[in-house]
Design a protein around this ligand. Structure first.
Ligand SMILES: C[S@@+](CC[C@H](N)C(=O)[O-])C[C@H]1O[C@@H](n2cnc3c(N)ncnc32)[C@H](O)[C@@H]1O
Length: 350
């Protein structure tokens, strides 16, 4: 076991640097016992199965973990190291740890309801959404209040993400604590097992099906329309119940989306439908790879079908389509690749 002073130093660093904490004790230990403020619970077996790694922070970001017992510390550390998490602090689940957590005032409020605790996440959404969500919500709320002459205190907005994958962005929005905004989420993807993972997360964290729908559809590369995916009957027989996953491929009604997210997803045939799908005052965020030096050097994705051309978005999602461009720049990520940071809003009179 670490000396007391070393453990204290680690805890203070976790507090000061706001390091996310993953607690892998058994459920009862976490929900009933003392816990670190802001910590997130996941069963150790689930983490070690590798299935839920997408729920962890990015691999280069710091993460503190509390394995279920002293005997699993090495196994957990080795597991995360083998999967390339490079900045892990392991805290041993011991009486000393919890005494110190209490002494430092870092314990969670004892009456936090279990539903609230289940809604915590360790990961962040794409940087563009994280940066822009404040102004998006403020603008949408102001628009709604203007429309209702100031009577709207709480609003529900629809966010749509084509190619949502494991829905990091949608899950973050659905679970984010807002004083006066609820995000209803609509995700589309042709990757069934990813949608199943998100459904599990929504079930576990109490996001009701009325708030989040995951459509198992293909976005047609020729027309941009939604198409049903074929599921062999045998496969269907093995499927578990679908609370949040839907198979219908009816078109999304026009002018209903308050936010459309295209993140690391590019299907050019879908671009012309974006202005039609946006509600007046609605936003489009586009964050995908650009055909530039860093991406070319990295080598993935490659080919013009998968890479945006510089200034392409301004041509197809600009004033001619009734949109006002609020941001159109490029960010370089850790591996040197360039991502578009494009934000536009549909004019109210468009
Ligand atoms: C790189 S992932 C990005 C996932 C998510 N947007 C994110 O940022 O975490 C791209 C996703 O688009 C989905 N996708 C690609 N082409 C698609 C299509 N034609 N129709 C539906 N989904 C598609 C893939 O299955 C994959 O989940």
């Amino acid at each position: 076991m670490r000396p007391w002073s070393e453990m204290e130093g680690l805890l203070l660093k976790i507090r000061d640097d706001k390091v996310p904490v993953l607690d892998m004790r058994d459920r009862e230990g976490f929900y009933k016992g003392p816990r670190l403020r802001g910590s997130v619970h996941m069963d150790e077996d689930t983490v070690m199965s590798g299935k839920s790694c997408w729920l962890l922070p990015d691999k280069h970001e710091p993460l503190a973990v509390i394995p279920s017992s002293a005997s699993s510390v090495i196994a957990v550390s080795n597991f995360l190291a083998a999967r390339n998490w490079t900045n892990i602090t392991c805290l041993e689940n011991s009486q000393e740890l919890w005494s110190l957590v209490t002494a430092l005032g870092m314990h969670d409020d004892e009456n936090t309801p279990a539903t609230k605790l289940r809604r915590r996440l360790l990961f962040k959404p794409c940087a563009l959404l994280h940066e822009e969500i404040g102004r998006i919500e403020a603008s949408l709320l102001a628009g709604a209040r203007l429309k209702s002459q100031g009577s709207e205190n709480h609003c529900s907005f629809l966010v749509y993400e084509p190619g949502c994958g494991r829905a990091r962005n949608l899950a973050w929005l659905a679970l984010k604590e807002h004083d006066n905004v609820t995000w209803r989420c609509l995700g589309v993807d042709l990757w069934y097992s990813a949608l199943q993972d998100v459904q599990d997360l929504f079930q576990h964290s109490g996001v009701p099906p009325e708030q989040a729908c995951l459509r198992f559809n293909n976005i047609c590369p020729h027309t941009g329309a939604l198409q049903p995916m074929s599921m062999r009957e045998a496969q269907r027989g093995q499927l578990k119940s679908h609370t949040h996953i839907a198979f219908e491929s009816t078109p999304i009604p026009t002018a209903t989306c308050h936010l459309i997210l295209c993140v690391r997803f590019l299907e050019r045939a879908f671009l012309p439908t974006i202005p039609q799908l946006l509600a007046p005052g609605g936003f489009i965020l586009f964050c995908t790879f650009v055909d530039a030096e860093g991406t070319q050097r990295f080598g993935r994705p490659r080919g013009e079908n998968h890479l945006l051309q510089p200034s392409e978005l301004a041509r197809v999602l600009g004033p001619h389509q009734g949109l006002e461009i609020l941001r159109d720049d490029t960010a370089v990520i850790n591996d040197g690749r360039e991502l578009s940071m494009f934000v536009a809003r549909k004019r109210f009179d468009a």
